[in-house]
Structures are given as C-alpha cells and as structure tokens.
Design a protein around this ligand. Sequence first.
Ligand SMILES: [Zn+2]
Length: 69
Amino acid sequence: MDKSWITKAKWSRDYVIGVNNFIEFVSRSQNLSRKILCPCKSCINRYFYSMKVVKDHLITKGFFPGYVI
Ligand SMILES: [Zn+2]
C-alpha cells in the first residue's frame, strides 16, 4: 500500500484520497460496526472509535508522526 500521502498536507486531494483508501483497507479486514484504534495525532492508537470518527480525526488532525500502516 502506498503511504506517501501520509506526509502530504491534510487539505491536499492526495491526503483525503489516502485517508479514504485507508478506511476502506481497514474495513475490508474488520467488521464495519467494530471500533478501531485511531492513529490520529490526538489518539495515537490509544482509543477506539468507529470508522467514521477515525476518518474525521485523520482529516482534521492527521496521523501521529511515525505511524506505519
Ligand atoms: Zn483520533
């Protein structure tokens, strides 16, 4: 999976598309109703949220530094 978009600006098209692909990628291996660990800057993989919330976090806050898919 291409991860170069993670370091792109949060408002860039590449980043938003990357987040969408990431959520889709995760949802393929997880039950959609299940909560997942949020890899955003505030949660740093410590808190579980629904896919929709995680997507919002990633769009507004970005991934925490050093996160690897
Ligand atoms: Zn978060």
